[in-house]
Design a protein around this ligand. Structure first.
Ligand code: DX5
Ligand code: ZN
Length: 237
């Protein structure tokens, strides 16, 4: 399923509850909440109490992106605050498998994220245990950056590997995505799209979200893979 997950990093924090309602009404299915600790990334955003506060007004899926060291230590806090999906960084923990199992033991959905310099192959062994793999399309830490085109090939590699091994997984892209460059990500295999500034800074969020949904119809995820399968360019199972 194709999902748009607006990142509140670009929202007006003085009206956070209303901002979430605004993009929810405009057609967003998830809300992306970026947690930065000033250690794993050179920026500080907000923590679990803010999530608990906005949780009161909405039942939309909260897609929580932890850009923090020692993620396992904070999983319970974020789940109690109302997170539905917990995504941690592969680079933030010595034992990613342990973090995955811990989140799963709490019956929550688990995602793992990779920074632009981390190769796709590094996460292949974990894909079968994950609900979602997040390919960062910018260096984590700040909203409003330009998408790094080279990261799109990692989306393709991960979707290809998952398809070849019959692994059902959501592939998320995050950073610098807008209605114009979205087609590269969806065609390569992404099906959950984070967009901060593109959605929150637009005059009308609904126009952007509608446009993004149309792009996804034109370039449905994995279409590139299907084509290459037909041409025999990638091994069939
Ligand atoms: C970057 C964050 C992203 C970012 C998205 O570290 O993980 O979620 O805020 O915002 P835009 O779409 O503005 O790049
Ligand atoms: Zn994010």
């Amino acid at each position: 399923m194709f999902i748009i997950s607006p990142s509140v990093l670009a929202a007006d924090f003085s009206q956070l509850g209303a901002e979430i309602k605004r993009v929810e009404k405009a057609g967003a299915s998830y809300i992306h909440l970026d947690i930065m600790d000033g250690h794993f990334v050179p920026n500080i955003s907000f923590g679990a109490p803010v999530i608990a506060s906005v949780r009161k007004n909405t039942s939309i899926i909260f897609d929580v992106h932890l850009m923090i060291t020692n993620p396992k230590r904070y999983v319970d806090d974020f789940l109690r605050a109302g997170a539905d999906i917990i995504t941690f960084h592969y680079e933030s923990d010595d034992d990613p498998a342990e973090v995955i199992q811990y989140v799963k033991s709490k019956e929550a959905r688990v995602g793992m994220a990779i920074k632009p310099a981390t190769p796709a192959e590094a996460v292949f062994p974990f894909l079968k245990d994950l609900d979602m793999l997040l390919v960062m399309t910018v260096e984590p830490g700040f909203g409003g950056q330009k998408m790094i085109p080279e990261t799109i090939e990692k989306v393709r590699a991960i979707r290809t590997y998952a398809n070849e091994h019959n692994i059902k997984i959501d592939v998320q892209v995050d950073g610098g995505i807008n209605a114009d460059n979205l087609k590269f990500a969806t065609e390569a295999g992404a099906n959950i799209i984070v967009a901060g500034s593109a959605v929150f800074n637009a005059p009308r969020a609904k126009d952007v979200i509608d446009k993004m949904k149309k792009v996804a119809d034109l370039y449905p995820f994995g279409s590139g893979l299907d084509e290459r399968l037909e041409k025999g360019k990638v091994r069939k199972r």
